[in-house]
Unconditional design. Sequence first.
Length: 173
Amino acid sequence: MNNIYLIYGDEDYFINNEVSKLKLKYKDYDLINYDMLETNISDVIDDASMISLFSSNKLIICNNCIFLTGSKCDINHNIDSLLKYIKAESDCILVLVVNSEVDNRKKIVKELSKCNVIKCLKLKDYEINNFVKKYCNDNGFNIDSNSINLFLSKLNDNLYIMTSELDKLFIYK
């Protein structure tokens, strides 16, 4: 179960950061991406279970796993194959990404909660100030509270835009 990750939440910036960390951690693995709006989970499990001729290790990232939410899905996913895969041993790293809240009432979500779960939620207003300050400090710059407030008054709460604008300021500085 340590080879299965569930990454979910409503903050795309943190979700993409976590996926990037996993890609870096398993950079020697073959990277395979699936869009679960187009692919059945049973096909992914077949791929994860299949032994490759060129490499024994795979990092499989499944985006848009809305079958883990309460939303309707156009594809009738074979959840039983995923349940069996969770209980089996595998060298493959499986990452399930959901860009919303998961439905904790579902059996599959309860089973996945025993795996590596990373919850990525939007920051509260007071947390955004700390995020900006930490981002600046991590890049070797200091910023005071007044400057943070001025910076945030010009932008919305999109972390991609904030980090992009901060990167521009770092280059200018």
